[in-house]
Design a protein around this ligand. Structure first.
Ligand SMILES: *Cc1c(COP(=O)(O)O)cnc(C)c1O
Length: 355
């Protein structure tokens, strides 16, 4: 039976990425060696790293003055690295969920944190209003809240450098990188297997803090050494390059946005139409294109487990909602074909008819 992969992360990847990575694990570029057993300083791997950096710049139209680095440690390490490198005194944060809360917790180790808006009162099911203080060193947002299914889909104008955790919506739409100071994310949602973290940095922000920064935690180290200061996660970087190629071959982020809007609209419409279900994010403009969260309508709450079992029996994988939200979450990242969304909708319709 065909499996439809709705996992939130690690999550679906293009076949192109999986096939080419599997091949390179056996024989990398005809070298007769696995990519896992050659030096990261070989010219063959240096070319992969160069292509990763250039692929980001091309696909996201990254302007001059920005650099791209690939690190370990996940988005979670960036929660600390960002304030370590650029927080002088005070930073503003928008609290849109547990990832944002974790970022806030780390920033507090480095200075004053002004939480300018929070949607915690309603279990983070909306994007709160906020005003950005002009005296903050930067303003931090989480563009896509993977757990709750909310998303900030515009490149907001900020009077202070804008820092964004884009772990789960990078490459889902065209964006204006010039509006941001730092963009970071773990690769494992929309790009590559886990193990590599991307950071896009406006270089002029660096070198302005008084504190000593340990070498490995200083962005300047990795910019200067082109992400080769220490051994990078070679296989995830290789896989990321395959996804970047796949994105280019498939019309880039403009094409992705178009398909992503189509896929998400189809599913949200079915959730609204179907008497058994309702979306958890009530305001349509706050709804994520990447993670569609929904629950059973109150009168049918006892059908939650049976629906999960039914959908699983039809090949729907990973649709159980995060424990903080309950219900269901269908993640519709770039690599997910429209047919999988339709297959899930068919399940929902059939289950409705049976009840
Ligand atoms: C998954 C996720 C993280 C955590 O990423 P790690 O790479 O596991 O540290 C952080 N932020 C967002 C928005 C995420 O979706």
């Amino acid at each position: 039976m065909k499996k439809h992969n709705f996992f939130a992360g690690p999550s679906i990847m293009p076949d192109f990425t999986i096939q080419n990575t599997a091949e390179a694990i056996k024989d990398f570029g005809g070298m007769g060696l696995s990519i896992m057993e050659i030096s990261h300083r070989s010219k063959e791997f240096v070319a992969v790293m160069d292509e990763a950096r250039q692929g980001f710049k091309d696909l996201l139209n990254i302007p001059a003055g920005y650099e791209v680095v690939f690190l370990g440690g996940g988005a979670s390490l960036q929660f600390a690295m960002v304030p370590f490198n650029i927080m002088k005194k005070k930073a503003a944060y928008l609290n849109t969920g547990s990832w944002a809360s974790k970022a806030i917790k780390e920033a507090k180790f480095f200075g004053e944190v002004d939480v300018v808006g929070s949607s915690q009162d309603q279990n983070f099911n909306y994007i709160p209003e906020y005003t950005i203080p002009e005296d903050a060193d930067y303003f931090h947002i989480t563009t896509n809240n993977t757990i709750y299914g909310t998303e900030i889909r515009e490149d907001i104008k900020s009077p202070v450098p804008l820092v964004a955790d884009m772990s789960s919506d990078i490459f889902s739409r065209p964006m204006d990188v010039s509006r941001y100071g730092i963009i970071y994310g773990g690769a494992q949602k929309n790009l590559a297997p886990s193990g590599v973290t991307f950071v896009i940095i406006k270089e002029e922000l660096l070198g302005k803090v008084d504190r000593h920064i340990p070498t490995m935690l200083d962005y300047r180290t990795h910019i200067k050494k082109e992400s080769m200061f220490n051994t990078p996660p070679v296989v995830p970087v290789f896989a990321a390059v395959q996804t970047l190629r796949w994105l280019k071959q498939n019309g880039g982020v403009e094409a992705m946005e178009k398909i992503n809007i189509e896929k998400a609209n189809l599913l949200y419409e079915e959730i609204e139409r179907n008497k058994l279900f309702k979306p958890t994010v009530t305001k349509a403009k706050d709804r994520s294109l990447m993670n569609v969260c929904f629950v059973m309508n109150e009168t049918y709450s006892e059908l939650e487990k049976p629906f999960l079992e039914f959908a699983t029996s039809r090949g729907m994988m990973g649709i159980k909602g995060h424990r903080d939200v309950g219900g269901f979450r269908a993640s519709l990242y770039n690599a997910m074909p429209r047919e999988s969304v339709e297959a899930l909708m068919d399940c929902m319709k059939e289950f409705e008819q049976n009840h």
